[in-house]
Design a protein around this ligand. Structure first.
Ligand SMILES: Cc1ncc(COP(=O)(O)O)c(C=O)c1O
Length: 382
């Protein structure tokens, strides 16, 4: 058998991506210049969002979106524990606390039924995570939010290009934070964006990206003493994306539908090839939803064999991963008082899940080769 190693995710870069970046290198602007504005316009045109704020990472996008929605000390955020730590960390950055709500056993998405009972007088935001690229149940979640006067910020780090009942990720919540890390639907190397139709979130997130500074004369509270004048109104950060990164984003977003179509085809092939294997479950499909297939997550029936299965796949050069260790298992969160048992469905999901390689440049033969190795690993270890 071939020894070729397949990572679980990988960027797709071609000559046009390289040309876009080189053009910026030869231009007058390396950091915030015309490429940022173009990339933001492209993100809006693609998703249908009214505003985009390009930032330096998905984590910065979450931080800026939460700030934009007014999150502050003493507030609570409701989110899923089946996510990367930054979904919760960004709430802590702002002095808020996190209430973890359990997930659906089949999809790994936050269970809307659990949200209602987690709402307290302090709740400010609901943050669904579009786990693996599947948009969460926004109709139900937005209805709950509306009833309680809360904002919904989507963690769309996995789901740019996915859709929910015909609407693109980016317009499904009050704001969406997305990521352009190399394994994500499109990449800028490091990067992220806040997408929103809300003028206030947009304005606050845009200022937050650059130290809380505004150059908009309409917002000045002091006399405008000259063309150099600007004011800092809130404490912000340097979360700017550079024009180099944005140039890559401009080139990548042109290909996003092609990338997602290929991911979808790969998922279809895996479904066919792995569907009948004893002891394994392939990912659930959700009606009315087109996943972006950021991850292809299979689950083992016998959780005690997951470790052996994972090791076997690694030895067969399949770069499997586990998404995710529930956020509150981490020592930092345990130090804050969170304990195992809080979200039993997410914990069980974590015990069984294995992410297989999925990225646009995998050929049908690659997928067949990986599926063979999965069958072999299942036979040997499950
Ligand atoms: C669900 C989720 N949220 C947020 C992030 C943070 O994105 P970034 O790595 O661009 O900061 C990630 C990235 O791994 C993620 O998977």
């Amino acid at each position: 058998m071939s020894k070729r190693h397949y990572p679980y995710g990988r960027q797709t870069i071609d000559q046009s991506d390289i040309d876009h970046v080189v053009r910026v290198l030869r231009s007058d602007y390396l950091t915030t210049g015309p490429a940022i504005e173009t990339f933001e316009e492209d993100l809006c045109a693609y998703t249908g969002a009214g505003h985009a704020v390009a930032v330096s990472s998905g984590t910065a996008a979450l931080h800026a979106a939460y700030h934009g929605a007014g999150l502050g000390p003493g507030d609570e955020v409701i989110t899923s524990p089946l996510t990367f730590t930054s979904t919760a960390n960004a709430a802590l950055f702002l002095g808020a606390t996190v209430r973890f709500v359990d997930v659906d056993a089949q999809t790994g998405l936050i269970d809307p039924a659990g949200i209602e009972s987690a709402i307290t007088k302090r709740t400010r935001l609901i943050v669904p995570v579009d786990y693996a690229g599947i948009p969460a149940d926004y109709d139900r979640i937005n209805a709950i939010a509306k009833q309680h006067g809360l904002a919904v910020i989507a963690d769309g780090a996995h789901s740019l290009g996915a859709s929910y009942h015909g609407r693109h990720v980016g317009v499904l919540a009050d704001a969406t934070a997305t990521s352009f890390h190399p394994v994500k639907p499109i990449t800028t190397a490091e990067g992220g964006a806040v997408l929103t139709n809300d003028n206030k979130i947009h304005q606050r997130a845009a200022a937050f990206r650059t130290h809380g500074i505004t150059r908009d004369a309409k917002q000045f509270t002091k006399q405008n003493t000259g063309p150099w004048f600007y004011e800092m109104h809130e404490l912000g950060y340097n979360y700017r994306l550079s024009d180099l990164h944005a140039a890559l984003g401009i080139s990548q977003i042109r290909k996003i539908d092609q990338f997602i179509a290929r991911r979808r085809a790969i998922a279809g092939l895996y479904d066919q090839m792995l569907g009948g294997i004893d002891g394994l479950t392939v990912p659930a499909r959700v009606e009315g939803v087109e996943s972006g297939w950021h991850l292809y997550v299979i689950r083992v029936a016998n959780a005690t064999r997951r470790g052996a299965f994972f090791e076997k796949l690694k030895s067969l050069h399949v770069g499997v991963q586990v998404h995710y260790i529930p956020v509150y298992y981490h020592p930092y969160y345990q130090g804050l008082g969170y304990r195992k048992g809080l979200c039993p469905v997410a914990e069980d999901f974590y015990d069984r899940c294995v992410s297989l390689p999925i990225y646009p440049s995998l050929t049908d033969d690659d997928v067949a080769c990986i599926a063979d190795r999965v069958r072999q690993a299942a036979g040997a270890s499950l």
